[in-house]
Design a protein around this ligand. Structure first.
Ligand code: NAD
Ligand code: LMR
Length: 339
């Protein structure tokens, strides 16, 4: 089990827009005109920790900004067109990146690499130049590769701080809570499942043994739930039938993670949530990025929590995760090295 205090923190961190004393921040969304970007911008406009919202896209961001700016919360909203990326990044504390193409049925997330790797690389280079101290939240897939890409670009530019780069894996946590609660009849808000590893298929490792509601699940019910959490993205891709992948649930998950980070940056204690970061946990196996419960604080990553004891089934899931994850990470690094 994770320690009681970490579990309590995971529960506490799973609320959208929990507030204490708000210290407000400037947040940018790169890809704000897209399926995720639009509802994410809406939700960030509602976040009391956001004082200013900078919306950028190669298409349509000024329109989204004009629309969202009429909502009666105090934050300022500005939209920036394709040629105004540097302006969009000026003075930002947090940059959220949902820019890039989504999957169609039959595709893996890795199939998006060819298009999204260069989009993310170029955005990271601009952040490194204009707002090198910003915290970067990467949503664009394949997250297992795009996070190493962003990190390597910043490293090349001499401005990399591993405490400030995050792959957003919150949707896996959200799905795990919802899907498990559907089986057990529990309140999803109190059904907290640590999901570790990476963000695609077998690299997604839900730790059901560490939850009150999930620890007694066995056999077919256990196997089915694990499969549903690992391949929840495919459910949406199939249902959207060529029109993209999860956007609304992702916007919710992205807004929730952004809020958790902003609360940590503001000095709130006990903000712990899984996210894909530079991690020492499996570095001895050549895997230097991994998602595990991370404590967020004034500098970003405050503490990388270990996984805690795993059940024999979870040991097997982890064994299947590691080789795939390693390949995805190496692919991202190699892309930047060759760029
Ligand atoms: P979308 O096509 O609806 O929107 C993407 C937006 O990015 C578009 O508005 C496009 O104009 C913009 N864009 C493209 N190149 C850009 C650039 N260089 N600079 C700024 N903006 C640019 O796609 P979507 O459904 O919003 O998905 C976006 C990405 O998020 C995809 O890669 C998808 O796979 C990923 N995703 C990740 C998760 C996760 O859990 N991390 C969940 C869902 C989707
Ligand atoms: C998800 O998990 O929904 C996203 O990663 C999008 C996808 O391609 O499935």
């Amino acid at each position: 089990m994770l320690s009681r205090s970490v579990l309590r923190s995971l529960t506490h961190s799973s609320r959208l827009f929990s507030t204490s004393a708000a210290r407000q921040q400037k947040v940018a969304v790169l890809g704000a005109g897209g399926g995720i970007g639009q509802p994410l911008s809406l939700l960030l406009k509602l976040d009391p920790y956001v004082t200013s919202l900078s919306l950028y896209d190669i298409r349509g961001a000024p329109g989204v900004a004009a629309d969202v700016s009429h909502i009666d919360t105090a934050s300022e909203v500005t939209g920036y067109p394709a040629d105004k990326l540097d302006e969009a990044l000026e003075g930002v504390k947090v940059v959220v990146i949902p820019a890039g193409v989504p999957r169609k049925p039959g595709m893996t997330r890795d199939d998006l690499f060819n298009t999204n790797a260069s989009i993310v690389r170029d955005l990271a280079a601009a952040i490194g130049r204009v707002s090198p101290e910003a915290h970067i939240l990467v949503i664009s897939n394949p997250v297992n590769s795009t996070v190493p890409i962003v990190s390597a670009v910043l490293e090349k530019a001499g401005v990399y701080d591993p405490r400030r780069v995050f792959g957003v894996t919150t949707l896996d946590v959200v799905r795990a809570a919802r899907f498990l609660s559907q089986i057990t009849g529990s309140n999803p808000q109190d059904t907290v499942v640590p999901v570790v590893g990476g963000h695609s298929g077998a690299t997604i490792v839900p730790l059901l043994s560490q939850t009150e509601q999930g620890k007694s699940l066995t056999g077919e019910a256990y196997e089915k739930l694990i499969h549903r959490i690992q391949f929840g993205g495919d459910e949406v891709v199939k249902a959207k039938d060529g029109a993209g992948s999860a956007t609304l649930s992702m916007a919710y998950a992205g807004a929730r993670f952004t809020n958790a980070l902003l609360r940590g940056l503001a000095g709130e204690k006990g903000i712990v949530t899984p996210t894909f970061v530079k991690s020492p946990l499996f570095a001895d196996k050549g895997i230097d990025f991994f998602s595990s419960p991370i404590e967020l604080g004034p500098n970003g990553v405050e503490k990388v929590h270990p996984l805690g004891p795993l059940s024999p089934s979870e040991e097997k899931l982890l064994a299947a995760c590691l080789p795939d994850l390693k390949k995805n990470i190496e692919k991202g690094k190699a892309f930047v090295a060759q760029s």
